[in-house]
Design a protein around this ligand. Structure first.
Ligand code: DAH
Length: 349
C-alpha cells in the first residue's frame, strides 16, 4: 500500500512538473485531489487495512495530499503570472508615439484687441459695460445732444428699423445709458466695446464695425481735466500699438463734447517722417474725444455745475489694421482662413 501511494505520488509530481497548460493542470487536480480522485479512493480503501497499519498510511496520504496541493498551487500561480505577463506584453501602449495634431481655432484679431483694451481699462479702474446694438434714436442721438434734424446726424446714416429704432451708429449711445443707471450722483469710469453700423462700405469703412467708448464723470472738485484725458489716451495708444507713439490733439467738433478733439497718433509706418499712409503729414487720426458737454450731463441727470468729465471713442477695426498692418478693413469680415490663420494661437503653441 505504502509503495502504491509513493508511486502514485511520484507519478503525480512528474505530471505536474511537465504540465504546460492551465486546463491540463485542472484535469490533474481533479484526477488526484478531486472527489473521485486517487487520494479519495486510497482513503476509501483504508477500511481494508489492518487497524495497526492505518495511522501510518493515513499520515502518509495526508502528507502526499498536502504536497500535491502545494505543487498544484505553485503551478497555478506560475500560469497566472505568465498570463498577466502575456497580457501586459500584448497591451503595451507606446507613449512615445506622436499624437495626431488637432487643428485649433484662433481668436479673431478684433476679439483679441477687444480683450486687450478691456483688460487695460479694467487695470485703470474702469467698469466694462455693454449696450444694445438695436438702439433707439433717443439714446443714439437725442441724449447725446443731437436732436432730430441736427446736421451732424448726416455723418452717421444708419439702418433704421422704424423711425425710432436703428442699428446703433456709435457706442457713444452707452454713455447715456450709463449716466441714467448711475442716477446723476455716482461717479463713472466706464468702458464699452461693441458692434456699430453705418451705411458705408469701402477699403477703410465697413457697414459693420466695432467701436470702443470711454466715459469718466466725477465731482467738479476732483478736477477731471483734459490732462487726464490726454494721459489716459497716451496709455491706451502706447500699450495697445507702440511705446514710442506720440499723441496730438486737434480741435474738432462732436455734439456731445465741448471742447472736442480729434486725436492723431504718430504714423506707425514711417514713425512721423511722412509717407503714403499718413499722406506725408507724419500723423494718423485715431480717436475722437473731449470734455463732456454740459447739455449731455443735464439731459442724462447730472448737474453740470457739480459734475464734469471726459469721453472718448474710436474704431477698433482701425486699431486692428494699424496694430497688425492689415491693408483692407474688409479682410476682417471676409472669413478667409488664409488671413485668419495668421492669428493662430502661436503664443501658446
Ligand atoms: N462717437 C464718435 C464717432 O463715432 C467718436 C467719439 C468722439 C466718441 C468723441 C466720444 C467722443 O466719446 O467724446 O465718431
Amino acid at each position: 500500500m505504502k509503495e502504491k501511494i509513493e508511486q502514485m505520488c511520484n507519478q503525480a509530481k512528474e505530471k505536474i512538473a511537465e504540465v504546460k497548460k492551465s486546463n491540463e493542470l485542472q484535469e490533474l487536480k481533479i484526477k488526484y485531489l478531486g472527489k473521485k480522485g486517487e487520494i479519495t479512493s486510497i482513503l476509501r480503501g483504508m477500511s481494508e487495512l489492518k487497524p495497526e497499519e492505518r495511522p501510518a498510511i493515513g499520515s502518509l496520504v495526508n502528507k502526499v495530499r498536502d504536497k500535491l496541493e502545494e505543487l498544484i498551487k505553485e503551478k497555478e500561480n506560475e500560469f497566472k503570472q505568465k498570463e498577466i505577463q502575456e497580457k501586459l506584453e500584448k497591451e503595451k501602449i507606446d507613449i512615445t508615439l506622436p499624437s495626431t495634431k488637432i487643428k485649433r481655432g484662433s481668436k479673431h484679431p478684433i476679439n483679441r484687441i477687444i480683450e486687450e483694451i478691456e483688460d487695460l481699462f479694467v487695470s485703470m479702474g474702469y467698469d466694462v459695460v455693454a449696450g444694445p446694438e438695436l438702439e433707439t434714436d433717443e439714446f443714439c442721438f437725442e441724449r447725446l445732444n443731437l436732436p432730430k434734424g441736427h446736421p451732424a446726424r448726416d455723418m452717421q446714416d444708419s439702418f433704421y428699423i422704424t423711425n425710432e429704432y436703428l442699428l446703433r451708429t456709435q457706442t457713444s449711445a452707452v454713455q447715456a445709458r450709463t449716466m441714467l443707471a448711475k442716477k446723476g450722483i455716482e461717479p463713472i469710469r466706464m468702458l464699452c466695446t461693441g458692434k456699430t453700423y453705418r451705411r458705408e462700405d469701402d477699403a477703410t469703412h465697413s457697414h459693420q464695425f466695432n467701436q470702443v467708448e470711454g466715459l469718466v464723470i466725477d465731482k467738479k472738485e476732483n478736477n477731471v481735466s483734459l490732462a487726464d484725458l490726454k494721459g489716459t489716451l497716451e496709455v491706451f495708444v502706447r500699450k495697445l500699438i507702440g511705446d514710442n507713439l506720440d499723441l496730438r490733439f486737434r480741435p474738432s467738433y462732436f455734439p456731445f463734447t465741448e471742447p472736442s478733439y480729434e486725436v492723431d497718433v504718430t504714423c506707425f509706418k514711417c514713425g512721423g517722417k511722412g509717407c503714403a499712409l499718413c499722406k506725408k503729414t507724419g500723423w494718423i487720426e485715431v480717436l475722437g474725444a473731449g470734455i463732456v458737454h454740459p447739455n449731455v450731463l443735464k439731459i442724462n441727470g447730472y448737474n453740470p455745475e457739480e459734475y464734469g468729465g471726459f469721453a472718448f471713442g474710436t474704431g477698433i477695426d482701425r486699431l486692428a489694421m494699424f496694430k497688425y498692418a492689415i491693408p483692407d478693413m474688409r479682410y476682417l469680415y471676409a472669413n478667409d482662413v488664409r488671413f485668419l490663420n495668421q492669428f493662430d494661437r502661436r503664443d501658446i503653441d
